[in-house]
Design a protein around this ligand. Structure first.
Ligand SMILES: [Zn+2]
Length: 117
């Protein structure tokens, strides 16, 4: 059973917005690098912070006790992504255009939120 992902995009072939089940593949999650968990919420600990930590806290930190489950892959360490190589050329172009548009939109939204809209 091949993996698929439902994806909405503007199809030049149909001259309309369509949702299709596109071929997808598993990739190592870039957020946690396949670990399924990470400690990014803590940020990097600085020297002065480290001085405040007890030995016990530090060893817990390095043992990964403060790690949280990765929200991108839900702890599985891998994510299902669209397999663009499996699409035919026309479809791939439509999908790539849409991905770029989604990205632009997300970036514009982010900028708006930062400015307090
Ligand atoms: Zn992850």
């Amino acid at each position: 059973m091949p993996n698929t992902l439902a994806f909405s995009f503007y199809s030049n072939e149909f001259d309309d917005f369509i949702t299709a089940d596109l071929p997808a593949k598993w990739e190592i999650c870039s957020n946690c690098e396949g670990e399924g968990k990470h400690s990014q919420h803590l940020g990097a600990i600085t020297e002065s912070e480290r001085a405040d930590w007890s030995d016990e806290e530090l060893s817990s930190y390095f043992a990964g006790h403060y790690n949280i489950t990765c929200e991108c892959c839900k702890g599985s360490g891998k994510v299902l992504v669209l397999d663009l190589d499996a699409l035919d050329a026309d479809e791939r172009k439509d999908v790539q255009d849409q991905l770029k548009e989604n990205e632009d939109y997300a970036r514009a939204r982010e900028a708006e939120i930062r400015m307090g809209y």
